[in-house]
Design a protein around this ligand. Sequence first.
Ligand code: F3S
Length: 287
Amino acid sequence: MKIQVAAHSGFCFGVKKAVETALKAAEDFEGRKIYTYGPIIHNHQVTAYLESRGIRIVEDLEQVPGEIVIVRSHGVAKGFYDQAAALKIRVIDTTCPYVRKVQQLAMKHHAAGCRVVIIGDADHPEVIGINGWTDFSARVEKSAEGLEDLRHEPRLCFVAQTTLSLAVWRAVAEKVKDFTGEVLLYNTICAATEERQKECEELASKVDLMIVIGGKHSSNTQKLYQIAARNCKNAIHIENASELLMNLNGKYDNIGITAGASTPDWIIKEVIEQLENEGEVIVNDER
Ligand code: F3S
């Protein structure tokens, strides 16, 4: 049995930096309470580990006046910083530079009078945060299908959630081609997401079983799974090795593995180890 691990799988640099910054803050401010504004990443094992180091999650700044709050890589709305200042909260900001770029584009074009349209998941914290830089005036759509009524808008500015699937963005670009007003299109899908999705597609199309590892609520992991399922008839999404319950019994010769941006390395390793228990295995891990 051969196992191929996608070169770009697991923590992206934005998530890595956020986790490292949180752990460093726990050291630098030992004895003080530290909070992350929402879970730092969508991974229970990681948030449990951070909690063991004294880093808790808070959803409402009013509950932690005067404390230290870490902004996660998803970023936050503009108003967050004013609220934190009013509550004398010290902010440690780990907003990913890719997300920051989308926030700035949204703010700039909103201020210039464009109607901002965010293509992404309306409930995702990153999208809510981006919208917060347009005074929450942006339209959020998850695909090209919902855009028809914008056809005659005089000025539109499209941005993408950083983890959007490239196929969805392409469909949006195609759809708006004959819109009558001025249309600005900023493909803000981050490089890490794009690479990951391309590799997942390539790998899934040549293996018998494709395993996608990552949190069930992780948006980028869900997208990887959709890509895997489109390209491989045996694709599974698991959070960790304990969910890999099947007895493979030599059923698959070639197995591909990829993992979402919030999946730590040790979870990927545990899955590989579990597969190694199945018999003779050759592992090609290009990370
Ligand atoms: Fe940043 Fe992309 Fe990761 S936006 S947090 S590098 S998935």
